[in-house]
Design a binder for this molecule. Structure first.
Ligand code: ADP
Ligand code: MG
Length: 364
């Protein structure tokens, strides 16, 4: 395969994925309030729309259109083909990329990003594999081409950055955590974050697994185990070709599994859990505000974009604001009891569609 250029989208690409009703929901006689209209394209992906029925007002369904719509029968492989493969290709041609999963707890974010074993593996392990498949192909084709792949993995928990690949064993000794800095040439980075050089996919998958084990979890009355942190898995690729300097490029791919987007009220949260909720909402509402400002800019208005209002928006600044091909994967629960949260996810995803991106190649 050659290293042909992908067509670059000029807006954030927004995909939604509907998970099936869980066995618990089926047991509670929950019904699905979502219908999808998929228009399948040649690649097996579908643009389409989501129709959501208000369980209290059958007369008034709402409809939203998205770039890609994945129904309950969609395989992990298909999601990767539609969302991950393009990210691998553009990373290898020198464009930054970001895929982030957004949705309430239990809607399928981690399922999309990490997934299960074997054929059920998610986007991150597939990106890891495909990256090295493509690197091998490129190296076989052009022996002067050299690749350096580096990985980091961190989470933002209570507005504190925690290195998942170099964990502090006692979190109470974490203090303020790692700090976000800005380098005049290299841009925004997390100071002292472990970056590990990897030379094969197995090593990357191993780092993903060991990092995932270090993620923070706590209980609320609503969800026995819910993920209250944002995790960011980053792959950096440097390429050098002494015989063709135009191939000296650098790119960074962020694979982001956000904390649950649900509001905290009514969950019975108190004390530490409530504080976590407040901070998670701080990062997510800051993300919402950044998205709103970027939409205004896309509409031709001049507004200030408040990237510095949270750790999350600060570290995603370059991904959202500029030089990155960005895909938002919004995950949806079909259950009637999740109507409000699902509507809020759909509105959020719908707004993000308007954000313009202007990715340019990072040449070294
Ligand atoms: P989140 O990370 O958003 O909190 P999870 O990814 O952990 O949610 O998903 C919650 C549960 O639903 C998991 O047990 C997962 O296996 C299941 N699940 C989520 N999405 C799907 C899907 N598309 N198909 C089948 N099962 C899914
Ligand atoms: Mg999760």
């Amino acid at each position: 395969m050659g290293d042909e250029e992908e067509k670059k989208p000029d807006c954030v690409k927004v995909a939604v994925r509907l998970r099936p009703l869980s066995s618990k929901e089926l047991g509670n006689n929950e019904s699905s309030i979502i219908e999808l209209t998929e228009q399948t394209s040649g690649t097996g992906t579908a643009t389409g729309s989501v129709v959501i029925n208000d369980p209290d007002n059958k007369e008034k369904p709402s409809t939203f259109a998205f770039d890609i719509v994945f129904g309950t029968g969609t395989m992990q492989e298909t999601v990767f083909q539609a969302v991950g493969q393009a990210a691998v290709n553009s990373t290898l041609t020198g464009y930054n990329g970001t895929i982030f999963a957004y949705g309430q707890t239990g809607s399928g974010k981690s399922w999309c990003m990490m997934g299960g074993g074997g054929d059920l593996k998610g986007i991150i392990p597939r990106v890891n594999e495909q990256l090295f498949v493509r690197i091998d192909e490129l190296q076989q084709a052009v022996s002067s081409r050299k690749f350096l792949v580096m990985c980091s993995f961190f989470e933002i928990y209570n507005e504190i950055i925690f290195d998942l690949l170099n964990p502090v064993q006692d979190r109470s000794k974490l203090g303020a955590g790692l700090q976000v800095k800005e380098h005049p040439v290299l841009g925004i980075y997390v100071k002292d974050l472990q970056e590990i050089v990897v030379s094969d996919a197995d090593k990357l998958v191993q780092l993903m697994n060991s990092g995932t084990k270090n993620r923070a979890v706590s209980s609320t009355m609503m969800n026995s185990v819910s993920s209250r942190s944002h995790s960011i898995f980053t792959i950096k690729v440097h390429q050098k070709d002494d015989e063709d300097k135009s191939k000296n490029v650098f790119a960074k791919l962020n694979l982001v599994d956000l904390a649950g987007s649900e509001r905290q009220k009514g969950t019975g949260a108190s004390g530490q859990t409530l504080k976590e909720g407040a901070n998670i909402n701080k990062s997510l509402s800051a993300l919402g505000n950044v998205i709103n400002a970027l939409v205004e800019i896309a509409n031709g208005k001049k507004v200030f974009v408040p990237f510095r209002n949270s750790k999350l928006t600060r570290v995603l600044q370059e991904s959202l604001g500029g030089n990155s091909l960005c895909t938002m994967l919004a995950t949806l629960s079909p259950a009637a009891c999740n109507y409000e949260e699902t509507m809020s996810t759909l509105r959020y995803a719908n707004r993000a569609k308007a954000i313009k991106v202007s990715a340019t190649k990072n040449e070294e």
